[in-house]
Design a protein around this ligand. Structure first.
Ligand code: NOJ
Length: 680
């Protein structure tokens, strides 16, 4: 890293970084991406930090204010001077234990500006920028300093100012529920108020921008408050007493990230969020294994079973064993059992303090179940629903994980169904962030992987803690069982890849084959069966569920796709997409040379041209295709699926006819390694 002291009246341009100063009012430092297409310009305007961003010379972010209001330290009137700055660059490739890619390239230029408050308490604040070819991230760090022993952050001042009023895909903050389970809407900025990140913008000159954050550690999560039709300002989620963040120098904020895509798929394949997290800190990751699972779950959401005790209790020894048999016969790795423990009777989502995380209901024999599972090469997947009663959970955390570890359970689904944690704190506040981290770290100690429902949004922590396998934090399949609004509309899953999925894996739980149920009149899965299959490729989760009841899979020819589809990949490509309308992705299996394609549409039927040029040119493949059958339609005939196999190669172009609410799923299996003239 090169360290530079600032001298006034000086203009410097070195390897993509330049600095210029106007003696009086403005000081500027700029840093570009390795390919020079993205530029970030930092400036002090009358002593106040600002940044702006360009892509190919065009403004993406107009000059926008930066900084914080810290109680008894700073406010929006605070003025700074630049002490010095540092520049650096990095190009390296690292390997993920699981993911959408096996290898990730981290290629960026970095600029660190060291600032000092001119008056007041002469506070020190550094701003780090990292500029990638597809966008930039920046974070604030506060070095150790005598006066900042207990800082109370009252507000963040970071603005995101656009050159024009864009269209945005967004969900509201806390208005519908506290854990992101809303349908995305698209509107102009002025029709929004405070929105969650990732928020995805489409500009009038055809760019796609996603604003989010990376590495949310001991901080409040960031939401975006609309200030004007062209501007949002960071709004941190407060504690119940109004404080945003308690900190003690040295400390740092999460990264604020802006991805710039020329097409929607560029947002999906961006790895900026992961690159802005710290490398894995677990010494041994051999116990971390992506897996596919079934479970005693959908049955509860359909009212076939209950979580609590009674004649319809789902998690009984006998029933779990039946699921284990089915899982073992069909190549699954795990069986989830919800409702195994004391505490489900009564209103657990209002008062979760009755939950025991060690005491099983009398008809659930943990010892017998886990021994049986081991013989069948299956793992029980544990479940810790807390009802948001965090102290009750934290008091039992060690024992709960230790018990599961003792029984060979290596994955636990956690849950926080309640408007608040601990009766008064938001899930996405610093309180929540601290709690979820404690759970993750304790789980790692016991070699347990986490599937976190009702979480704080994902910010790429799975790089540092690869036992954070998957999360909810979105409107999943369960809404198709009981939501009074009729379930997720067909467009929902064509928006998720460009919004919710930018925050990381989603335990959406695809795979419903039976559309004839009526837990709530008029509510059901609004897709075709083929689209349910395609979701295994579209919605990444390294713990992936086959959500339907085993009896709905037994003997169904389309089940073969679910049996075979992987849940960890070595490569991912978005072949075509229009947000909210359709998307087609190809992913390569992490453990073989097979490719898988998923293509989905909204409520409109359409034909997708599929170009297979991503396939290896030296191979021929057998394509096993699962497409909407003749006359299929998500409203009237969702179950019709056509299964056909034929040979293809990288020159092949296929036409996929997607029904209304439909989709297509394809498995591409390499045949012998051939040269193109057919010789071996
Ligand atoms: C909500 C979760 O999303 C769901 O998967 C779970 O079954 C229930 N809570 C009960 O824990």
């Amino acid at each position: 890293m090169k360290n530079r002291l600032l001298s006034f009246g000086y203009l410097l341009v070195i390897s993509g970084l330049s600095i210029s100063c106007n003696r009086q009012l403005m000081q500027q430092v700029q840093v570009s991406s390795p390919d020079n297409s993205v530029k970030v310009i930092f400036s002090l305007e009358e002593g106040k930090p600002h940044y702006m961003m360009t892509k190919n010379g065009n403004k993406v972010i107009e000059p926008s204010a930066m900084g914080f209001e810290i109680m008894n330290h700073t406010d929006s009137l605070t003025r700074y001077k630049i002490l010095s700055y540092e520049e650096d660059s990095k190009k390296e490739t690292w390997e993920q234990p699981w993911g959408e890619f096996k290898y990730i390239e981290d290629w960026h230029n970095e600029l660190i500006i060291h600032l000092k408050e001119k008056g007041g308490k002469k506070m020190l604040m550094d701003i780090h920028f990292r500029v990638f070819n597809d966008g930039a991230g920046f974070r604030y760090t506060f070095p150790e300093q005598s006066d900042l022993d207990s800082a109370i952050i009252e507000d963040e001042l970071t603005q995101f100012t656009f050159p024009a009023e864009h269209q945005v895909w967004w969900i509201p903050v806390h208005a519908e529920n506290s854990y992101y389970e809303s349908l995305y809407r698209k509107s102009s900025i002025s029709q929004t108020d405070t929105i969650n990140t990732p928020a995805t913008f489409e500009t009038s000159d055809g760019l796609f921008l996603a604003i989010h954050e990376a590495n949310l550690t001991d901080f409040a999560s960031m939401t975006l408050k609309k200030r004007s039709p062209k501007q949002y300002v960071s709004q941190l989620i407060p504690w119940s007493n109004g404080v945003k963040v308690y900190a003690k120098a040295p400390f740092k904020s999460p990264w604020r990230t802006i991805i710039i895509g020329e097409k929607p798929g560029d947002l999906v394949t961006s790895t900026m969020m992961l690159n802005l997290n710290d490398p894995c800190i677990l010494e041994d990751v051999s116990w971390i294994e992506p897996s596919k699972y079934i479970g005693i779950w959908w049955g509860m959401h359909l009212n076939k079973y209950t979580w609590g005790q009674g004649p319809k209790h789902g998690a009984t020894t006998k029933n779990v064993m039946k699921y284990i048999d089915f899982a073992s016969k069909n190549g699954f790795d795990g069986v989830l059992a919800e409702g195994w423990n004391f505490g489900w009777d009564g209103k657990w989502w209002i008062d979760g303090t009755k939950f025991s995380f060690t005491k099983s209901y009398p008809d659930f024999n943990m010892e017998e179940i886990t021994s049986y599972a081991a013989v069948k090469n299956i793992r029980l997947i544990g479940h810790h629903e807390t009802g948001g009663a965090v102290s009750n959970y934290e008091n039992q955390l060690e024992e709960g994980f230790a018990q599961y570890h003792h029984y060979g359970v290596n994955a636990v689904k956690t849950g926080y169904v309640n408007k608040y944690l601990a009766g008064k704190e938001w899930h996405d506040s610093q309180f929540g962030v601290r709690h979820y981290r404690k759970v993750l770290e304790t789980a790692a100690k016991y070699h347990i992987m986490i599937d976190n429902h009702e979480p704080v949004k994902g910010t790429g922590l799975q790089r540092t803690y690869p036992n954070l396998m998957t999360q909810e934090g979105g409107r999943g399949q369960e809404y198709n069982a009981w939501s009074p609004d009729g379930g997720n509309p067909p467009s929902h899953t064509t928006i998720l890849p460009f919004t919710r999925m930018l925050a990381g894996p989603f335990d959406f739980t695809p795979g419903i084959f039976n559309f004839n149920y009526s837990a709530v009149k008029g509510t059901r899965v609004n897709t075709t069966l083929a689209k349910q299959l395609a979701l295994y490729v579209i919605l990444f989760s390294p713990q992936q569920m086959a959500a339907d009841l085993p009896e709905n899979y037994a003997g169904h020819p389309a089940f073969e796709f679910i049996r075979k589809v992987p849940c960890t990949w070595s490569d991912t490509k978005v072949l075509n997409a229009e947000i909210g309308k359709f998307v087609t992705m190809a992913r390569k299996d992490r453990n073989s040379d097979e490719w898988y394609v998923g293509s989905i549409t909204n409520e409109e039927a359409r034909t997708i041209e599929l170009d297979l040029s991503f396939l290896d040119q030296n191979k021929d493949y057998r394509a096993e295709t699962y497409t909407d059958g003749e006359g299929a339609d998500y409203r009237s005939d969702p179950e019709k699926v056509k299964i056909v196999s034929f040979e293809v190669n990288s020159d092949s172009k296929l036409k996929l006819d997607l029904a209304a609410g439909g989709g297509a799923a394809i498995r591409l299996i390499p045949l012998q390694e051939l040269t193109r003239d057919g010789s071996l």
